[in-house]
Design a protein around this ligand. Structure first.
Ligand code: URA
Ligand code: SF4
Length: 207
């Protein structure tokens, strides 16, 4: 049995670096314990675009950087095709520790639950506060839940900007892992093109 979820308010750190440093010791939910490390967001503090994913995977947990594994490679291709330079984007996750189930020597991705997403939302909110992006993109259901605080089906919100409780808005698209999990008979090229088109539309509509 792992620990309780800690929702106590914290004083907000004053810079992105101090925020990242503080997140390294986060114990707000039980996910820190089996994971290797906190995988914090990455990108320039003056980024105009912030993109939010789900949680680090196996490779991200080991590397300590977001979106470096298979989903990350697909993500890199897609944003490049959408005309977005990753080096100028702040890329982060809704949940900053890898949640998994051990299966022999492998670690199998497990979906974060609503309590974990809401506990880790504190960090996402601070990142938004520091970055103040002109364009915020939510990839997948977890990011959408984190940013809005509500469960909203991605299929319904995809390709639109959903209003956020604090007044901002987030463009919605699928998570790149969705494209990796498509059944063999799916039109993978068309799905990839639609993902790119979502990202491009978000960019074009925001600048
Ligand atoms: N999937 C995510 O949502 N984030 C990562 O960093 C890697 C895979
Ligand atoms: Fe903290 Fe988020 Fe890690 Fe939970 S997943 S311990 S809230 S950083």
């Amino acid at each position: 049995e792992l620990g309780m979820i800690d929702t106590a308010p914290r004083r907000a750190p004053v810079s992105l670096d101090s925020l990242r440093e503080e997140a390294m010791g986060c114990r707000r939910c039980p996910l820190w314990q089996p994971a290797t490390r906190t995988v914090f967001g990455e990108g320039p503090p003056d980024a105009e675009i912030m993109i939010v994913g789900e949680q680090p995977g196996d490779q991200e947990d080991l590397a300590g950087r977001p979106f470096v594994g298979p989903a990350g490679q697909l993500f890199d291709r897609a944003i490049a095709e959408a005309g977005i330079d990753r080096a100028r984007v702040y890329v982060t996750n809704s949940v900053k520790h890898f949640k998994f189930e051990p299966r022999g020597k492998r670690r199998i991705h497990a979906r974060p639950n609503a309590g974990e997403i809401d506990a880790c939302k504190w960090w996402v909110d601070q990142e938004r506060r520091m970055i103040r992006p002109q364009l915020l993109i939510a990839m997948g259901a977890t990011a959408l839940r984190s940013l809005t605080g509500r469960p909203i089906p991605v299929g319904q919100a995809r390709g639109t900007a959903v209003p956020l409780p604090d007044g901002g808005s987030a463009w919605v698209t699928v998570h790149p892992s969705y494209l990796l999990r498509l059944p063999p008979d799916a039109d993978k090229d068309a799905e990839f093109a639609r993902f790119v088109s979502d990202l491009r539309q978000a960019r074009v509509s925001s600048f």
